[in-house]
Design a protein around this ligand. Structure first.
Ligand code: DGT
Ligand code: MG
Length: 605
């Protein structure tokens, strides 16, 4: 390293002491797919095991690695190296995804930001947790696991103590993952994501390594290829190699002037700082995926019926994933990779459109699609396909893909119940569009639009309007033939008839079916309603929880609510001034504050 660059890296270290404040853990599951298979079938544990996808061994257990089996080896080569290798097909990723979600959930129990990276890696920012624990710790703190380099002096900012504590938290996390799910893991602990990830595999399998900030430059300088840096991809590597920058040490020493000649100023700075082990990117809490998709690649397909078969197979698998996810899709994207035979090149094209949420129904809390719904989806897919491909001309495809790209949230939790009900009104509303009652009316739809759909970056896809974009309101009137008065107020939609999706409210969901049955029968007269109601109140007095409820409340629905919500409602009923709701009559509810939970407590009549 030149003096100047040495100087810049050491001053960067000294000058960035306030950047040592973070404590980041990176956790990577050992031989992930192989462990999933070994947990499913413990007999595999004692054998060399390879996970096969097409003709490649994508990973293997540590037993097989002793025989030289490496990731992405051809099956034939792997069998030559280890004739006893047991192969398990790993093309169906469902079990791996499920395991991945479980691990993520375990890590979330520490209430720190967790960022999922692929299926078997997670970053956890434990900065605040470390600070909290430090307040309550007077004893000297020891490290858990390995240290990259034993420090000769303590950094004055206290980062060594913090990272030692973080190493103990990492150990707790790994222990819990093993204890609850049976997976062994590795962890890296550092003051930034880059170093945490890079030191993670230093003691594989089933161990952990901590690196202190002052060792970052030295650690990085030992990496043989610039490609070892996680955010440097193939193209950047090629561009660097073309400038004879091959190792990370080369990158540390090269002048900024030269880097700026070949990269943008921002990129040049980023490359330089990464080479010095610096990285200030935050751990971003992972939410649910913005899209759920699958692709299938193949040599060439040039016949429409074959494309249809491929899509049908993909759709079956995709529906399983969506069912696992639980959200209701409202948008579908079709992707093709077209081969240009003359130019020997290929490119991707996508097209997407809205899909009616009515295609999806909830049975016992699970998202399902009927045969007819699947046919509708297939015809949407093939319609998008014919927009992407001119069938009057020959075509050659090497990939087809399907993805659901927007969803209606199925919110849960006490605070979200009103939104939750409103969402489901919109779902039910579209369900009702085909019904034959011809009353129509107009109403501002905004309150019931699926506003909580996750946002999706559609920049690479053409969005086309739905061919059957629901006329937004007519549906409510159509199906239920509600009176004008009822339509004017969503509060008049009965809670028993709304589709409630969360587990928390599954019981309510069952009740909905009953209520719906009732709603299809002729409407009861007010006198009859009164008697039904007093009947209901009698039942409650004999054993239900709804003794304090006003007479207009549907006690079945009330009793199905979580206890804390029941308490909250009772408190509001006891003190109506707090709730701004009239105690006496549901008729007055139209006048009260909108979006209030109590408004949904209108008995089914
Ligand atoms: P490890 O972390 O070295 O103990 O081993 P793994 O198997 O956990 O490897 P890792 O963490 O790089 O990848 C996690 C899983 O992802 C792995 O079990 C199989 C899959 N995988 C890894 N590399 C590839 C690949 O190049 N192609 C495909 N299809 N799957 C891969
Ligand atoms: Mg792994």
């Amino acid at each position: 390293m030149t003096d100047r660059n040495m100087e810049s890296s050491s001053s960067s270290y000294m000058g960035s002491q306030n950047e040592h404040i973070k404590s980041i853990i990176h956790i990577d599951v050992d031989c992930f797919y192989a462990q999933v298979e070994m947990i499913r079938n413990p007999e595999l544990r004692s054998q060399p095991l390879g996970i096969q996808q097409k003709n490649i061994v994508v990973t293997s257990n540590y037993e097989a690695r002793k025989f030289g089996i490496q990731k992405c080896m051809l099956v034939c080569d792997a069998l030559k190296a280890c004739p006893n290798l047991k192969l398990v097909n790993g093309e169906d990723l469902r079990e791996y995804r499920t395991a991945s979600s479980k691990i993520f959930m375990v890590l979330q129990s520490w209430k720190c930001p967790v960022e999922k990276l692929g299926l078997d890696e997670n970053y956890i920012d434990v900065t605040n947790l470390v600070k909290e624990r430090l307040k309550n710790t007077s004893n000297s703190i020891t490290i858990s696991g390995h240290i990259y380099n034993e420090p000769s002096v303590e950094c004055t900012c206290g980062c060594h103590t913090r990272l030692k504590l973080a190493s103990q938290i990492a150990n707790e996390m790994r222990y819990k993952i093993y204890d609850e799910l049976g997976f062994t893991t590795c962890a890296g602990i550092a003051h930034n994501k880059l170093l945490a990830k890079l030191v993670c595999p230093l003691h594989k399998p089933n161990d952990q390594t901590t690196i202190f900030p002052e060792d970052g430059v030295n650690f990085m300088s030992n990496l043989q290829s610039v490609r070892s840096i996680p955010s440097i991809g193939l193209k950047t590597t090629e561009a660097l190699i073309s400038q004879k920058i091959i190792t990370v040490s080369d990158l540390q020493q090269v002048s900024m002037e030269l880097l700026k000649k070949h990269f943008s100023a921002d990129m040049a700075v980023r490359l330089k700082t990464l080479s010095l082990g610096e990285d200030n990117t935050p751990v971003k809490q992972t939410g649910r995926p913005q899209s759920i998709g699958l692709e299938d690649s193949f040599k060439t397909v040039s016949v429409k019926s074959e494309v249809e078969e491929k899509f049908a197979a993909l759709l079956q698998r995709l529906l399983i994933l969506v069912r696992e996810d639980g959200r209701i899709p409202v948008s579908l994207r079709v992707t093709l990779r077209k081969k240009d035979v003359k130019r020997l090149s290929s490119h991707r094209e996508s097209r997407q459109c809205q899909v009616s949420p009515s295609i999806f129904t909830i049975n016992n809390g699970a998202l399902t699609v009927t045969e007819a719904g699947q046919q509708k989806l297939m015809s949407t897919i093939m319609r998008l396909f014919t927009k992407l491909i001119d069938l009057s001309k020959p075509f050659h495809l090497t990939l087809v893909g399907l993805a659901f790209t927007k969803f209606q949230e199925r919110m849960t939790g006490r605070s979200s119940i009103v939104n939750y009900l409103m969402n489901d009104i919109s779902v039910q509303s579209v369900l009702n569009i085909q019904n034959d009652c011809d009353t129509s009316t107009s109403m501002d739809y905004s309150a019931v639009s699926p506003s909580s759909s996750t946002t999706t970056d559609l920049s690479d896809a053409e969005v086309e309007p739905s061919p059957k974009k629901p006329k937004k309101v007519t549906w409510i009137a159509k199906r239920r033939c509600l009176s004008k008065e009822e339509i004017a107020s969503p509060s008049k939609l009965k809670v028993g008839e709304l589709r409630l999706n969360s587990k928390e409210l599954e019981k309510v969901s069952e009740l909905r079916l009953n209520s719906r049955d009732r709603s299809l029968t002729p409407r009861a007269s007010p006198a009859r309603d009164m008697s039904d109601n007093s009947e209901a109140m009698k039942d409650v007095a004999e054993g239900g929880n709804c003794g304090d409820c006003p007479s207009y409340v549907d006690k079945e629905v009330f009793n199905a609510l979580p206890e804390d919500m029941q308490h909250e409602l009772k408190a509001m009923w006891k003190n109506p001034s707090n709730s701004e709701l009239p105690r006496s009559s549901p008729r007055n509810m139209n006048k009260s504050k909108s979006n209030t939970l109590l408004k949904y407590f209108v008995p089914n009549k």
